[in-house]
Design a protein around this ligand. Structure first.
Ligand code: PRP
Ligand code: MN
Ligand code: MG
Length: 180
C-alpha cells in the first residue's frame, strides 16, 4: 500500500542496518568511558533512535525532546518550536543528539546551542541522513553520519510527509504527484 507512493528506494533496509552497525561501533568506542545521555529528537528520529542505542554497548541514558520546524508543511519554516522538553538535567553530562536527517541545519543549530547553554560537558550529533545540498546553517557539522542523500523529498524509517510514511522500513523518494 505505502509502496505505491514511492518512486524509488534510496536506502534499503540492509543498507540502513549496515549504517547503524558501523555508527554503533564508533559510538561504543567514543562513549565507553563517558556516560552519555542520548537525546532522540521526536518524531523523526524515533525509529533510528531505537536501533542506534541497541547498537551501542555502553552505559547510557535515553531521553527525548520534541521540536518541530516543519509542522505539516513541505518546506522548513525556519522557526524551531519546543513541543516537549527533556526531563534530564544536562549540566556536566555528555550529550549525543540523535537525528533522522539534517536538512537546513536549523533544528540542530538550535538544539546544540541550547544544550551548550545548559552546560553539557560535551554535545555531539549523530544523524542517519545528511542532505548537505540544503544546508543554510553552515557551522552545523554532524560528528556521526550514516549516509549522505541527494536533494529529494525522502520518507520512511522515521521521516514523514504530512506525518505519514514514518513506518516504511526503508528510505524512499516520494512520487511527485503525492506532494504536488
Ligand atoms: C525534520 C527532521 C529533522 C529536521 C531537519 O523534523 O526530522 O528534525 O526536520 O530539518 P532542518 O535541518 O532543516 O532543521 P520535523 O521538523 O519535520 O519534525 P518531525 O521530526 O516530527 O517530522
Ligand atoms: Mn525531526
Ligand atoms: Mg517532519
Amino acid at each position: 500500500m505505502l509502496e505505491q507512493d514511492i518512486k524509488e528506494v534510496l536506502v534499503t533496509r540492509e543498507e540502513i542496518q549496515e549504517a547503524v552497525n558501523r555508527l554503533g561501533e564508533q559510538l561504543t568506542k567514543e562513549y565507553k568511558d563517558k556516560e552519555v545521555v542520548v537525546v532522540g529528537i521526536l518524531r523523526g528520529a524515533s525509529i533510528f533512535m531505537a536501533d542506534i542505542v541497541r547498537a551501542m554497548d555502553v552505559y547510557l541514558e535515553i531521553d527525548f525532546m520534541d521540536v518541530s520546524s516543519y509542522g505539516d508543511a513541505f518546506e522548513s519554516s525556519g522557526e524551531v518550536k519546543i513541543i516537549k522538553d527533556l526531563d534530564t538535567h544536562l549540566e556536566g553530562r555528555h550529550v549525543l543528539v540523535v537525528e533522522d536527517i539534517i536538512d537546513t541545519g536549523r533544528t540542530l543549530k538550535y538544539l546544540v546551542d541550547l544544550f551548550k547553554y545548559r552546560k553539557a560537558a560535551s554535545v555531539q550529533v549523530c544523524t542517519l541522513l545528511d542532505k548537505p545540498a540544503r544546508r543554510v546553517v553552515k557551522d552545523i557539522i554532524p560528528d556521526y553520519v550514516g549516509l549522505e542523500v541527494p536533494d529529494e523529498f525522502v520518507v520512511g524509517y522515521g521521516l514523514d510527509f504530512e506525518q505519514k510514511y514514518r513506518n516504511l522500513p526503508y528510505i524512499g523518494v516520494l512520487k511527485p504527484e503525492i506532494y504536488q
